[in-house]
Design a binder for this molecule. Structure first.
Ligand SMILES: Nc1ncnc2c1ncn2[C@@H]1O[C@H](COP(=O)(O)OP(=O)(O)O)[C@@H](O)[C@H]1O
Ligand SMILES: [Mg+2]
Length: 369
């Protein structure tokens, strides 16, 4: 039996570089080596592609230290399907190791979060190169990444989203008073966030309009497009979507994230460093709310044209009303991340999850579909 060559691509240029590395480490550890030949490809924060050590232990969090991709043997995946897959960037003489790892790959697991990875850019390269890959294609990746675009598509599909104002850097520079009036109309508090961010980086909760300029400036440091959203009161509940063997999206049991300690919201520290969250999986919800939430998660997945997997994040109001907060096309993927835990609780363990995603990618292939 010939093994499938699987390239796990991770790291990348976004602020979620380290989180991607942790996710990739878990995937490398879980891949069935009897069935897959694995090539670990790291993308440095500068965007350089390198052959990375296929060693999960180098990609774990230790205390408050998060891992990163170190420079190494540079490779490229040309967008030319006849180029033969992964090629060295240095000439042959400069190659000192790992040449066996180069060449055609059958499938890529792009375990990247944020811009230049989860946003359709890498997916576009893989389409050009004609290499199948795990997860959503170009359109869904780009649409889900951009919270100001995703909310329009979700709302058009009848899915409740919160009221928001999109603020571009140029508008903020020229008309801060006009923006402030629009924000006032939303009602306080508001959440100010980069339109294409993740891991809560650059997000602030604003309770006083006097704090709006600093919050917008913070978000603008991550992204020239910023979203100001009315705050939703509700529990934070997430639902995983995974394609089954026939390509049908299935919903996991939902899980609730609860903050413990003194975080105002689910910020970066709470997510990754402070052990400040507790996860109820499955979430303690009535059968009715659970069923409505799972159905709405499937609708959101379809509304954005997602493929393979997604994690749909909700607010569940005190009356059981649902609001979709965001759709993540490449959710965090460590065994303790929400998505794998929700699937484990739904009967799909971590190695099986990785395998199902890769098999779905191979089944789907590339091209218009
Ligand atoms: N409109 C909102 N109402 C209430 N809480 C919010 C709102 N937007 C964001 N938050 C809080 O901020 C967190 C991060 O925001 P989110 O939009 O999910 O960004 P990210 O993509 O970085 O995860 C959410 O999990 C939630 O705790
Ligand atoms: Mg989120």
């Amino acid at each position: 039996m010939t093994r499938t060559r699987l390239a796990v691509v991770f790291g990348g240029r976004s602020t979620e570089h380290a989180i991607s590395c942790v996710s990739a480490g878990s995937i490398l550890a879980a891949v069935d080596r009897d069935r897959y030949d694995v090539v670990a490809v790291g993308i440095t924060p500068e965007g350089r592609w390198v052959l990375a050590p296929d060693d999960p232990s180098l990609l774990t969090r230790s205390g408050r230290e998060l891992p990163g991709v170190k420079d190494g043997q540079a490779v490229a995946l040309p967008g030319d399907p006849t180029a033969g897959g992964l090629v060295p960037l240095e000439d042959g003489a400069a190659l000192n190791r790992d040449t066996a790892l180069l060449g055609a790959v059958d499938v890529v697991f792009p375990v990247l979060h944020g811009p230049y990875g989860e946003d359709g850019t890498l997916q576009g390269l893989l389409e050009l190169a004609d290499v199948p890959y795990v997860g959503s294609g170009v359109l869904a990746s780009a649409a889900a990444m951009d919270k100001s675009v995703a909310r329009v598509l979700l709302a058009a599909a009848g899915i409740p989203v919160t009221a928001a104002v999109t603020v571009r850097a140029a508008r903020w520079a020229s008309d801060p008073a006009g923006v402030t009036e629009q924000v006032r109309a939303l009602g306080l508090p508001v959440f100010v966030k980069p339109a294409r961010g993740g891991s809560s980086i650059g997000i602030s909760r604003v309770t006083d309009l006097a704090d709006l300029p600093a919050a917008v400036a913070d978000a603008l440091r991550c992204d020239p497009k910023v979203l100001v959203e009315a705050a939703v009161v509700g529990r934070e509940v997430e639902c995983g979507i995974l394609e089954d063997a026939t390509g049908q999206p299935q919903a996991s049991v939902p899980a609730e994230v609860r903050l413990v300690g003194d975080h105002d919201f689910y910020d970066f520290e709470a997510k990754y460093l402070d052990d400040a969250t507790e996860l109820d999986c499955p979430a303690d919800l009535s059968a009715d709310v659970t069923a409505r939430l799972q159905e709405m998660a499937r609708q959101a997945y379809a509304a954005l044209d997602c493929e393979g997997l997604a994690r749909v994040d909700f607010f569940v109001g005190p009356d059981g009303g649902l609001t979709v907060n965001e759709v993540n096309t490449m959710p965090g993927f460590t065994p303790s991340s929400m998505f794998p835990r929700m699937w484990a609780a739904s009967g799909v363990d971590y190695p099986a999850l990785v395998d199902r995603l890769v098999q779905a990618a191979l089944r789907r292939g590339t091209g218009l579909r």
